[in-house]
Write a protein that binds this ligand. Structure first.
Ligand SMILES: [Zn+2]
Length: 185
């Protein structure tokens, strides 16, 4: 990541909004923002498929759910945060499973980019489908979008929910219902 270029760009923004970048409180802001971007955009050019390690567990074909995973991302339209909880479920096929922390890493890598909430659920579900090849995957995200809370329609506290269902979760309303009732407990 080109930290110097970010610093210069932030300096330009500070000037453009009518601020004095040399005043005490703002002096280090360009370099702080450059380091922050390096951290919160660390998922750019990373492949989330690399997060998943596949293990073999004899004939486990029951629902696996990791719920209430905290996540943070940046909306690509306004460069403001959105954040909340993610829930990921899958049903292993032929005993192929992965660690819970690996599922969390997938969503962390995908979230650490300029993003849309709709795309995070889709990319997370597709990544797990591709690497684990399970019977099905379900991903739900509940988030507050700061670009809806701070600006525009200004509706703080409103929660946006997005979901992606693949395989068995798409084909079986009963399974989808089981998943939704588990995450709403
Ligand atoms: Zn936005």
């Amino acid at each position: 990541m080109d930290l110097k270029k970010i610093e210069n760009a932030v300096l330009d923004i500070l000037e453009a909004i009518g601020e004095n970048p040399a005043r005490e409180g703002l002096e280090l802001t360009p370099s702080r923002i450059a380091l922050m971007y390096q951290e919160i955009f660390s998922g750019i050019n990373k492949n989330p498929e690399d997060c998943i390690e596949v293990f073999k567990e004899e004939q486990h074909e029951e629902l696996v759910l990791v719920k209430d995973i905290p996540f943070y991302s940046i909306c690509e339209h306004h460069f403001l945060p959105f954040y909340g909880k993610a829930h990921i479920a899958y049903i292993p096929k032929e005993g192929r499973i992965t660690g819970f922390s690996k599922l969390v890493q997938v969503i962390e890598v995908i979230s650490a980019r300029p993003q849309l909430q709709e795309r995070i659920v889709k990319e997370t579900a597709d990544t797990i489908m591709k690497v684990l090849n399970p019977h099905g995957v379900a991903v739900v995200i509940e988030a507050e979008q700061m670009c809806m809370s701070m600006r525009g329609i200004k509706k703080p506290g409103s929660v946006t929910v997005t979901s992606a269902m693949r395989g068995a979760f798409m084909n079986s309303p009963a399974l989808r219902q089981e998943f939704l009732s588990l995450i709403n407990k």
